[in-house]
Write a protein that binds this ligand. Structure first.
Ligand code: CA
Length: 224
């Protein structure tokens, strides 16, 4: 999963970006509304944290522009205390959730998990696929209840595939959702990651659809 943090307070931006990275997201960040709007319109994020009080272009305008451009990425807005009218303007502009500053990082992370989950049509924090469990809260993976050790990149990839297990995901889509902007992207490394993941979770859990990409499958239902 890939996230964008738009917050002009450098300390808070750094703190949020670090917390999201630790929670298993690939993270990009912006310090003003113009850059944030540009990133949100050109990169395919799974979730966006948007401060409303921003230099160059305010958060509500950023959000209105995205929604006019049919960018439907889930957005959580950060609002100042006692500014109820900001929240109303934010929701009217197309926000999916909000937090009032100051807030606990844990609450932010829980709300972001809920947003990405709902956007992909899942109701719980643990996403299942035929005995494979992806715990999005603890960034852990289990097979039939037994823990499987995965790296942060492997987790991001598996989590993205588990969120979208109903369809085939291309290599370029995986690249876009597991790396941040500054990462040296190479879609060949995806094959290497898939190979490693198959060794860890079982060869038959990731199906290769020739010419299209990969799909997470339930090996039992496939045999039936
Ligand atoms: Ca601000």
């Amino acid at each position: 999963m890939r996230a964008l943090v738009i917050e002009d307070n450098e300390d808070l931006n750094r703190q949020l970006s670090r917390a999201l990275t630790d929670a298993g997201y690939a993270v990009d960040s912006a310090l003003d509304g113009e850059e944030g709007h540009y990133l949100g319109e050109t990169e395919p994020y799974d979730v966006i944290v948007l401060d409303l009080g921003l230099p160059k272009l305010d958060g509500v305008s950023v959000l209105e522009r995205w929604r006019r451009e049919n960018i439907a990425t889930p957005v959580l807005i950060l609002t100042a205390r006692d500014r109820w009218s900001e929240k109303v303007a934010g929701f009217d502009a197309g926000a999916d959730d909000y937090l009032t500053k100051p807030f606990h990082t844990e609450e932010l992370l829980a709300r972001l998990r809920a947003l990405t989950r709902r956007a992909a049509g899942h109701a719980t924090a643990t996403i299942e696929c035929g005995g494979l469990s992806v715990d999005t809260r603890g960034a852990r993976v289990f097979i039939e209840g037994a823990p499987v050790k995965v790296t942060s990149h492997e987790f991001r990839m598996l989590s993205y595939m588990a969120h979208h297990q109903d369809r085939v995901i291309s290599r370029s889509e995986l690249v876009e959702h597991i790396y941040d902007q500054d990462f040296d992207r190479d879609s060949n490394t995806i094959e290497v990651f898939i190979g490693r993941l198959r060794k860890k979770i079982g060869q038959d859990r990731i199906e290769t659809v020739r010419g299209l990409g990969y799909r997470l499958v339930d090996p039992n239902s496939r045999a039936a």
